[in-house]
Design a binder for this molecule. Structure first.
Ligand code: NAP
Length: 259
């Protein structure tokens, strides 16, 4: 037995919180995790019907799931979200920081302070607040049994998203830095922290940018000549959460079709 492994890690049920799991990549992740035996909390901000449909689908497959409304940019709501997971699903073993947003495509000189604050809040503050609660539950420093965190960054952190949303790209750059820093901070405390960097994925997020058909417009220029599916990102997330990735931390898995 390797004494550096967290105690009793193999004996406990896997309990996963996915933020922003009512649709898109988060929903695909929650559904796949449910099929793989995770007890899943489906967090959402506004769209209760979508989150309930994800929970119903997990339960229909014989899994355990729970929908919890919480805005992950608000400390009190994040605390309530994690307390609900504690009470309803058991000790947290995995977190996917998926919730994130972008706004209308424009150049940097058109971006104002209010928009910057919204973009930083949803894409940076949310993952920080949730990671904080996860570390307090998982870290052996606080008597936890370890766990895994996957941050959903973006290929935008490498590409910069010129003429579309440099603010969003910069926020995902912050997520990459947090992934590295937190991974090193908790590496000896039983917690692995990694990130996926999706490329162009078919979800509703592109409508927020003002171009619902963005993936189809850009796809012909991509190395694989197509956009990705949320399920393809979910597979990468589940891999990083799983014991198959037990010696990987502070790393990035690009799911971007070669871009
Ligand atoms: P999406 O379809 O727009 O879904 C976003 C989800 O996040 C929704 O369920 C939404 O909940 C939730 N959400 C947003 N802000 C929230 C908040 N403050 N608190 C709680 N939940 C919140 O987006 P997606 O494309 O699946 O994106 C998921 C993640 O992947 C994001 O971090 C995004 O930046 C990243 N990503 C996406 C792509 C892509 O091409 N799609 C590429 C790279 C990275 P409600 O519906 O209840 O509002």
């Amino acid at each position: 037995m390797d004494s550096s492994l967290p105690p009793a890690a193999a004996d406990r049920p896997e309990v996963l919180l996915v933020t922003g799991a009512g649709r898109g990549i988060g929903a695909a992740t929650a559904l796949l995790a449910g099929r793989r035996g995770y007890r899943v909390c489906v967090n959402y901000r506004a769209d209760e019907a979508a989150a309930t449909a994800v929970v119903d689908a997990v339960r229909a497959g014989g899994g355990t799931a729970l929908a919890v409304r919480a805005d992950v940019t608000r400390t009190a709501e994040v605390e309530r979200l994690f307390a609900t997971v504690d009470a309803e699903l058991g000790p947290l073993t995995a977190l996917v920081n998926n919730a994130g947003t972008l706004e209308k495509q424009c150049r940097l000189e058109e971006i104002d302070e209010d928009r910057l604050n919204r973009i930083w809040a949803s894409n940076i503050t949310g993952p920080f607040l949730c990671a904080k609660q996860a570390v307090r539950r998982m870290s052996t420093r606080y008597g936890g049994c370890g766990g895994a965190i996957v941050n959903v960054s973006s290929a935008a952190s490498r590409l910069g998203s010129p003429n579309e949303y440099v603010d969003y790209a910069a926020a995902k750059g912050a997520v990459d830095s947090m992934t590295r820093g937190l991974a090193l901070e908790v590496a000896a405390e039983g917690i692995r922290v990694n990130a996926v960097r999706p490329g162009l994925i078919h979800t509703d997020i592109h409508a927020l940018g003002g171009e619902p058909g963005r993936v189809d417009r850009v796809a012909p220029g991509l190395p694989m000549r197509r956009g990705g599916r949320p399920e393809e990102v979910a597979e990468a997330i589940l891999y990083l959460l799983s014991p198959a990735a037990s010696y990987s931390t502070g790393t990035f898995l690009d799911v971007s079709g070669g871009r």
